[in-house]
Design a protein around this ligand. Sequence first.
Ligand SMILES: CC(C)(COP(=O)(O)OP(=O)(O)OC[C@H]1O[C@@H](n2cnc3c(N)ncnc32)[C@H](O)[C@@H]1OP(=O)(O)O)[C@@H](O)C(=O)NCCC(=O)NCCS
Length: 184
Amino acid sequence: MVAMLMTDRLLLRSWREADREPFAELNADPRVMEFMPRLLSREESDDFFDRIQGHFERHGFGLCAAEHRATGSFMGFIGLFVPQFEERFMPAVEIGWRLGYKWWGQGFATEGAREMVRYAFDVIGLDGLVSFTVPANTRSRRVMEKLGMTHDPADDFEHPRLPLGHPLRRHVLYRLAARKTSAA
Ligand SMILES: CC(C)(COP(=O)(O)OP(=O)(O)OC[C@H]1O[C@@H](n2cnc3c(N)ncnc32)[C@H](O)[C@@H]1OP(=O)(O)O)[C@@H](O)C(=O)NCCC(=O)NCCS
C-alpha cells in the first residue's frame, strides 16, 4: 500500500470511512462530472470507493485521497489506476485526478500529480504512465501537459466502455515515459 505522500499543500493518503460522504458529494456535482458519462448516486459512489480499496489491495498502489494540509479537508483523489479494459495502449497504468470544484484553479492537481509521477517512477519503478480524457476536457489536458505528458493523435481511441455514438466515447491519450532520475 502506498505510504502517505506529501507536498507543500497536500497529503495523498489512504482513504478513511469519513471520506465516503464528501466523495459522494463530489461524484454528484455536475460541474465535477461534466465529462463523465453520468453523476453517481450515493450507492454508486460507495461502490467506487470500495473498488479503489480493492485496487490498492491487488496492485499495492491506487487512487489516493487528496487532503488539504492546512485545513484537513478531503479534496478528492489523485493517483494511479490500472484500466480494466482492452485497448491498443494496454497494459498500462493511468494517472488520474478528480477534485471538488472549490479547489480548482489553484494548481492542486498538478502539485499532487507531480508527486504521484515521482512515486510511480522512483518508488514503484514503472516505465511509463498514460492519462486519457475526452478532447473537450481542457483543464485535465492542461494538467497532463504540465506534467510533461505528450499527445500523439494516432493514439486517440474510442472508449470501449461507452456505446457506439456516445458523445463522450472519443478519448485523447497522453503518455509519459520514465526519466531515469536519481531517487535521492
Ligand atoms: C482536472 C482537475 C483535476 C484540474 O484540477 P486543478 O487543481 O484545477 O488543476 P491545476 O490548477 O493544477 O491546472 C489546471 C490548468 O487548467 C487551466 N484551465 C482551467 N480552466 C481551463 C479552461 N476552461 N480551458 C483551458 N485551460 C483551463 C488552468 O489555467 C491550469 O493551467 P495553468 O496552470 O497553465 O494556468 C479539476 O478540474 C477536476 O477535478 N475536474 C473534474 C474531474 C476531471 O475532469 N478529472 C479528469 C478526468 S480525465
